[in-house]
Design a protein around this ligand. Structure first.
Ligand SMILES: [Zn+2]
Length: 265
């Protein structure tokens, strides 16, 4: 784990990259901040988490770090020990953690709960949606540390790296660590409700777009040509044909749309 800091004093905000070793976009954003060393108006902790997995260009060495929290200093796995070190290092910092997917090019935010902090900050980030995943929180960083996660784009893409850079600067501006203003935008809020399982097959297809409602009776995916039909309407999130081994993605419900005005009140 690499730990660095911008500014002096004890940081109350942190930026974390490389929780997953095959998602290099956030690491580039952190390295760029360390190269440029912008003048900050409050101290910021910068962390590159799973250096061992990044070096090997794999998601993890022993187990998924973002399912290993709170971790244990005596854990048998690399990620179990690392999770515990990371929790210790982050303490009470409001944390911004960057990821990328094989599912969706446009950035979106993921939060454990729709807290006041999330409601204030997420509309100031260049994201298309905020997704609440409290039903699937076990072992994730935000179960141990107050965290806003962002999906920056497609894994390994140049665009994801550029997005990571923009998102980090927007976050640091929104929390008052970098000078300037952010743009508030209307932001739809979704809650994950269920996992869409994927049976063993040779070929997988996905017929729907993330964040676009699927009607009851519509086919949304297929395994070896066998179509899966929606029993009830849902919003698909993190859907991909080959992203995960045993799931297509998630179903979600739409909770709300945060508008610039309601936030300003
Ligand atoms: Zn990730």
């Amino acid at each position: 784990m690499k730990v660095a800091q911008l500014g002096s004093g004890t940081p109350e905000v942190a930026v974390v990259a490389g929780v997953h070793g095959d998602e290099p976009c956030g690491v580039r954003a952190v390295e760029r901040l360390l190269d440029e060393r912008p003048a900050v108006t409050r101290p910021v902790k910068l962390i590159v988490a799973n250096e061992k997995a990044l070096e090997r260009q794999v998601r993890f060495v022993d187990e998924d770090l973002n399912r290993a929290f709170p971790g244990d200093p005596n854990a048998k796995t690399h990620e179990g020990r690392l999770a515990s070190e990371l929790v210790e290092e982050l303490g009470d910092c409001l944390t911004f953690s960057m990821h990328s997917t094989q599912s969706h090019a446009e950035p979106f935010a993921i939060v454990n709960e729709v807290t006041e902090t999330a409601t204030e900050l997420c509309p100031e980030l260049p994201v298309a949606a905020m997704v609440e995943t409290s039903m699937f929180a076990e072992g994730r960083l935000f179960s141990s540390v107050e965290t806003i996660e962002v999906e920056c784009g497609l894994q390994g893409s140049e665009t994801a790296a550029e997005n990571a850079d923009r998102l980090t600067r927007a976050f640091l501006t929104a929390v008052g660590a970098l000078p300037g203003d952010t743009v508030r935008r209307d932001l739809p809020v979704f809650r994950l409700t269920d996992v869409i399982q994927k049976g063993r097959a040779d070929t997988y297809e996905v017929f729907v777009d993330n964040f676009v409602e699927v009607s009851a009776g519509d086919p949304f995916a297929a395994a070896d040509g066998e179509k899966q039909i929606a029993e009830e309407a849902f919003y698909p999130i993190l859907m991909s044909s080959n992203g995960y081994e045993d799931v297509f993605g998630y179903t979600a419900e739409k909770l709300d749309v945060l508008t610039a005005e309601t936030i300003a009140d």
